[in-house]
Design a protein around this ligand. Structure first.
Ligand code: PLP
Length: 406
């Protein structure tokens, strides 16, 4: 199939503008993706026709808004092939999903002496909550390292597993290295020892087809804004059995069943974890983004992005004095690199003035930066609306940076 790139680009109004008198090149997709016009339109339509607080309303608008919200849950369930709607919890985003699991899993399952394993390539959002809950519960937080290509050191990871291990928390795709972790294999090994597995899917779900039942992970978390939907909405997938056993995270609103002066009973799944008025607008936008992705086809998206990655890696390897971080065989479409000894912030500022948005810094992965002994990187992360011509402009801008720092 030929990827309909011109049509796709026309779906994203924000891409068609000039910054500093040059056409914008947006390569900061790992931080947040842009939104297709139909997602923007769905939100406008929602406010013009359906807006209302959901659940428990008997009137027309409340019923309509509730239907839109619950229909989205069903479609998200299908999108990631979850077992049923009770396993789909709406949150603010990946960070909230991860904090929810760390806090409630910690309360329910972590005792002094227990162990949680994570990896050195985690985003802070999947590192700090586990580190902190382990400190609180007297548990041990262990961190697996990497190979020289930026792949997870599986031997080290498996060597850490013992009878005290309660959970492995790891990312599906590294937001710095692009490494795609073998989460299915890791889950299979963990489950032989009755260890739960949480997968941070923030960088996975927008690039790869995701099937949580095939992966067999216990939890999978992601954010709408990294998959062409609005900010402030995200999902926690959890296996029903384990979600049933976890205590509620926040109190109030739809998570309540009955309240008495001396005790309270809680609603069933998924509502038990959805306290307060939810982000219905975000859910409506997320649903539309999923329609869009389904129409494109996640396999086609993955294969087009792979061609962009291959092109970028080849072009970068042709420039002298570039250090690329993350050369895993299984890699998503982003490149992290340094240009000689030039500080990433200085290089990023010059690249920006050429109309190209790349991210600079530690990418919320300070332990990884320490591990690699670098202050940060430049990161260009590609989406399916990017082109090889845009990558050529990035390469030209890198050459310009080199020239200026000669
Ligand atoms: N995990 C990974 C791998 C990420 O890349 C990010 C964001 O960059 C997060 C978690 C946090 O996502 P959010 O800020 O949407 O909660």
């Amino acid at each position: 199939m030929i990827f309909p790139i011109d049509k796709i680009r026309s779906d994203f109004p924000i891409l068609h503008q000039e910054v500093y008198n040059r056409p914008l090149v947006y390569f900061d997709n790992a931080a947040s993706t842009q939104k297709p016009i139909r997602v923007i339109a769905a939100i406008q339509r929602y406010y013009e026709h359906d807006n209302c607080n959901i659940h428990r309303g008997v009137h027309y608008l409340s019923i309509k808004a509730t239907e839109a919200y619950e229909e989205a849950r069903k479609e998200i369930c299908e999108f990631i092939n979850a077992g049923n709607k009770r396993e789909i919890i709406f949150t603010k985003g990946t960070t909230e999903s991860l904090n929810l699991v760390a806090t409630t899993f910690g309360k329910r399952y972590l005792n002094p002496g227990d162990e949680v394993i994570s990896t050195i390539m985690e985003h802070h959002s999947n590192f700090v909550p586990w580190q902190q809950v382990c400190l609180e519960r007297g548990a041990r937080f262990r961190v697996a390292g990497l190979s020289s290509r930026g792949e997870l050191d599986l031997e080290e990871l498996y060597g850490m597993i013992n009878e005290k291990t309660r959970l492995i928390a790891l990312t599906h795709v590294s937001n710095v290295l692009g490494t795609i972790n073998p989460v299915k294999e890791i889950t299979a090994i963990a489950h032989q020892r009755n260890i739960a597995v949480l997968v941070d899917g923030a960088q996975g779900v927008s690039h790869l087809p995701v099937d949580v039942r095939d992966m067999d992970c216990d939890f999978y978390c992601f954010s709408g804004h990294k998959m062409y939907a609005p900010m402030g909405i995200g999902v926690l997938y959890g296996k029903e059995k384990i979600l049933e056993e976890l205590p509620p995270y926040q109190m109030g609103g739809e998570m309540i069943k009955e309240v008495y002066v001396d005790h309270t009973t809680f609603n069933e799944l998924p509502f038990k974890f959805e306290a307060g008025t939810p982000n219905v607008e975000g859910v409506v936008g997320l649903r539309e983004a999923i329609h869009y992705l389904n129409e494109l086809g996640m396999k086609e998206v993955a294969s087009y992005e792979e061609s962009l990655l291959k092109y970028a890696m080849e072009k970068l390897s042709g420039i002298e004095n570039i250090r690329v971080f993350g050369t895993s065989k299984q890699k998503a479409s982003l490149v992290s690199f340094l240009i000689g000894n030039i500080h990433p912030f200085d290089a990023g500022t010059i690249i920006d003035k050429m109309g190209i948005a790349v991210r600079t810094g530690h990418h919320c992965a300070m332990p990884l930066m320490d591990y690699l002994k670098i202050p940060g990187t430049l990161r260009a992360s590609f989406a399916f609306y990017n082109t090889t011509e845009e990558i050529d402009r990035l390469i030209a801008s890198i050459n310009k940076v080199k020239e200026m720092f000669k």
